[in-house]
Design a protein. Structure first.
Length: 133
């Protein structure tokens, strides 16, 4: 992450997101604008591009998906590759700077996905950033 000015930051990062039935890994890019104070709200925009997986019911697939020696147990799940996911998001959050080179961030994003509007969803998270001058 870098600061072009005291009120505008840009970032690119490898990102991973975990959900109850799926997870995503890929690249995240964004811009945030904030006040140059120790505790400050921010607003931003960004984009995520990566692959996704999902956990699906595997009760009748003829495989031992959880490696316990039994096939087709009731409620057994398997993880499968779900495809590519691209999303655009607006975000709101708050930064707290405990020191001049470290920052704790809480954020909420509304992920507008390439999988259609029925797959759009909220993402909330925490982030710790260590910066060098």
């Amino acid at each position: 992450e870098g600061y072009a000015t005291s009120w505008l930051s840009s970032r690119m990062a490898l990102a991973g997101y975990l959900g109850p039935d799926d997870w995503y890994a890929g690249a995240d890019f964004g811009l945030r604008t904030q006040l140059p104070t120790r505790l400050t709200p921010f607003a931003g925009i960004g984009t995520f591009h990566g692959f996704s997986t999902t956990r699906a019911d595997a009760t009748n697939d003829g495989e031992d998906n959880d490696d316990d020696g039994f096939l087709d147990e009731v409620g057994e799940k398997k993880t499968k590759f779900d495809g590519w996911l691209s999303s655009f998001y607006p975000e709101l959050g708050v930064h707290f700077w405990p020191t001049g080179q470290s920052r704790i961030t809480a954020f909420a994003r509304y992920m507008i996905t390439s999988h259609g509007r029925e797959h759009d969803d909220w993402l909330a998270g925490l982030q710790f950033t260590a910066l060098s001058r």
